[in-house]
Design a protein around this ligand. Structure first.
Ligand code: ATP
Ligand code: MG
Length: 137
């Protein structure tokens, strides 16, 4: 079993889609073992997306992630990192497979409804930015 970090992004909370997205997550065999709705600070978003600091969309991305509430989550299951990437679908919803969260709900490549860690190593780092061990049950 493995853990991954997930964010339900502002475009999705704005459209009241938290429950629908959680249903897709649970139907895929992943368990939500921690969850909190927060307003990300500018500093939190900048740090979280630090790896993209040199990308042209970085400023836009930080602005978007702080534009409304997000739901931060820890998901657990077999191969949770890869499994959740599969369930999320491609970054650009136009390229996302049928039944994936991004195909179902994303608005465009930026406002794409969810984040999921891209490796087990990054999952640990990302989880630690938002949750302490005792908050994951
Ligand atoms: P995430 O890290 O959010 O799970 P991802 O791993 O599929 O998504 P990344 O390449 O890590 O995609 O990009 C991080 C986020 O930056 C994307 O989810 C999206 O919100 C935003 N993004 C990526 N490419 C673009 C782009 N070309 N224009 C605007 N925003 C973008
Ligand atoms: Mg990524």
């Amino acid at each position: 079993t493995e853990r991954t970090f997930s964010i339900i992004k502002p475009d999705a909370t704005e459209r009241n889609l938290t429950g629908k997205i959680n249903a897709v997550i649970e139907d895929a065999g992943l368990r939500i073992v921690a969850q909190r709705r927060i307003r990300m600070t500018d500093a939190q978003a900048k740090k979280f997306y630090e790896v993209h600091a040199e990308r042209p969309f970085y400023g836009e991305l930080v602005e978007f992630m702080t534009s409304g509430p997000v739901v931060v989550q820890v998901l657990e299951g077999d191969n949770a990192v890869a499994r959740y990437r599969e369930v999320m679908g491609a970054t650009n919803p136009e390229q996302a497979a049928d039944g994936t969260i991004r195909k179902l709900f994303a608005k465009n490549v930026g406002e794409n409804s969810v984040h999921g860690s891209d490796s087990a190593e990054n999952a640990k780092i990302e989880i630690a930015q938002f949750f302490t061990d005792d908050q994951i049950v």
